[in-house]
Design a protein around this ligand. Structure first.
Ligand SMILES: Cc1cc2nc3c(=O)[nH]c(=O)nc-3n(C[C@H](O)[C@H](O)[C@H](O)COP(=O)(O)OP(=O)(O)OC[C@H]3O[C@@H](n4cnc5c(N)ncnc54)[C@H](O)[C@@H]3O)c2cc1C
Ligand code: HEM
Length: 411
């Protein structure tokens, strides 16, 4: 809660943040890394370069200011950040450091407009948010029975190419002890030393396998250098090239709140594109195991059959579901943007071109469905809007973003 004195300053700064949010975040990170270069081992330095982290922090600041009294809007945002922070090992003692440099950045960018009263109001707001985060993060670390920042050493027991760009890694406990349970849809952070940067980097990978296995599986897309000249992805390339069977990796506990609501029994609708298939595969396995009578619709968009990871696994689940004595629990729909001649001969996809939900039969997109989306942000924006246009309520749709969330729903 913010005091009555601070409230008008916070309210008045919403439009200012809208205008200067990215400048403040950029200035903040420059100051932070100058004073604490060791924090570069925690932050994603590619997000710093491609601008997405600056947007995430700016959005969070704005979202907090705009929704300061709107716990309903803020709670899910805090939950997502807390899960992310715990997967990264953020500690209580980091908060004053970040707060100090954030206030200094507000002061530097706003200049004379940053009156002592405005800075004091933001100090109060930051402390309130920081306390909420620290409290929630402490609980989450305790529930995982780890100290902040503690990682688990795991060994790669199997490595499998799943498509032209995606490879799966099967990870098992080094000490042979059973792995903690995870909920389908959750991710782990993987730590990797990047020699070129002389830094450790953490990246998140959704668990793509069934929840009841003695291993955790991640399926990693190799991020190649792109046509715009952006460099190849650091960690995904290192994993593809260097993480082999027998090698050890340091990983976080499973985190994330993109999980199925166990109380819902209406049809589960999983809509994904590209490597966004990974949490969906885990949810599919989880649903078939835990609620075998529940209908699942699995819609997936990709370029072509060469870019369709985990296809054989999905086909095996589908075939099992189609045995004569089984009810048809699983329905799939595959959209290939540019199917190859081989795909056409095999005839194992449902449509060519982009996935366009407005053209699909309503049996695939039931009104009472429980919807989950994962894929590139443009894909998710289009599908989400198409679902809303079909009369699906916003609270029936959840989504996972494979990058810093931009909190658009709060604007
Ligand atoms: C919750 C969550 C779940 C995820 N699950 C999966 C999953 O299951 N499978 C999966 O493959 N991925 C997943 N990801 C994405 C994954 O965490 C990584 O972001 C991805 O592997 C890329 O990491 P990288 O180190 O290879 O690339 P990075 O080095 O982080 O680069 C990322 C992008 O930034 C660009 N970039 C880098 N430097 C610059 C620069 N100087 N200028 C401009 N652009 C630059 C690169 O070209 C690249 O496109 C998930 C992410 C999240 C947040
Ligand atoms: C009240 C203060 C804070 C706010 C509002 C905040 C907000 C956010 C947000 C919005 C994200 C993006 C989450 C997502 O991916 O969906 C994020 C990620 C992150 N935060 Fe925080 N955070 C705070 C404090 C801290 C502190 C104290 C640290 C520790 C140094 C920290 C380190 C990180 C890191 C490393 C990431 C991941 C970013 C990346 O890898 O690109 N944050 N935070």
């Amino acid at each position: 809660m913010i005091s009555a004195n601070a409230r008008p300053y916070i309210d008045a700064s919403v439009p200012v943040l809208r205008e200067y949010g990215v400048a403040i975040s950029t200035c903040f990170y420059a100051r932070l890394f100058e004073a604490h270069p060791e924090l570069k081992n925690i932050f994603n330095m590619a997000n710093q370069k491609n601008g997405s982290q600056q947007q995430a922090l700016a959005s969070a600041l704005f979202a907090y200011a705009a929704n300061i009294d709107n716990a309903d809007a803020l709670t899910p945002v805090i939950s997502r950040i807390v899960q992310k922070h715990v997967s990264l090992g953020i500690r209580a003692e980091h908060y004053p450091i970040v707060g100090h440099h954030l206030l200094a950045a507000i002061g530097e960018v706003l200049g004379k407009s940053a009156t002592p009263e405005l800075i004091a109001a933001w100090a109060e707001a930051y402390d309130a948010l920081a306390s909420a985060f620290i409290g929630e993060e402490k609980k989450l670390y305790a529930s995982h029975q780890i100290e902040p920042g503690q990682l688990r050493e795991m060994v790669v027991t199997h490595k499998k190419k799943e498509s032209q760009t995606v490879t799966s890694f099967y990870l098992e406990s080094v000490d042979g002890l059973p792995l903690p349970a995870f909920q389908p849809g959750q991710y782990i952070s993987i730590a990797r030393n990047v020699v070129a940067l002389n830094l450790r980097q953490l990246r998140q990978y959704s668990l793509s396998g069934a929840p009841d296995q003695p291993y955790w599986r991640i399926s990693v897309k190799r991020e190649d250098k792109d046509e715009q000249g952006n460099p190849a992805g650091m960690v995904s390339n290192l994993l593809h090239a260097e993480a082999n069977v027998g090698d050890k990796l340091w990983v976080s506990p499973p985190c994330g709140d993109f999980v199925m609501d166990k109380n819902i029994r209406t049809p589960l609708v999983l809509i994904s594109a590209g490597v966004g298939i990974t949490p969906m595969m885990s949810m599919l396995h989880g649903s078939l195991q835990q609620t075998p009578a529940r209908h699942v619709h699995f819609l997936y968009a990709t370029l072509d059959g060469h870019h369709h990871p985990l296809k054989a696994e999905l086909a095996a689940l589908s075939a099992f579901q189609k045995l004569p004595e089984q009810a048809a629990i699983l329905t799939t729909h595959f959209a290939y943007a540019t199917p190859t001649a081989e795909d056409r001969a095999a005839n194992d996809f449902d449509q060519s071109g982009y996935l366009e939900l407005d053209k699909l039969d309503s049996s695939l997109l039931p009104k009472n469905g429980d919807y989950y989306l994962c894929g590139p942000s443009v894909f998710m924006r289009i599908q989400r809007q198409a679902l809303l246009d079909r009369g699906i309520a916003a609270n029936q749709i959840r989504q996972e973003i494979f990058g810093p969330a931009l909190l658009e729903n709060l604007q």
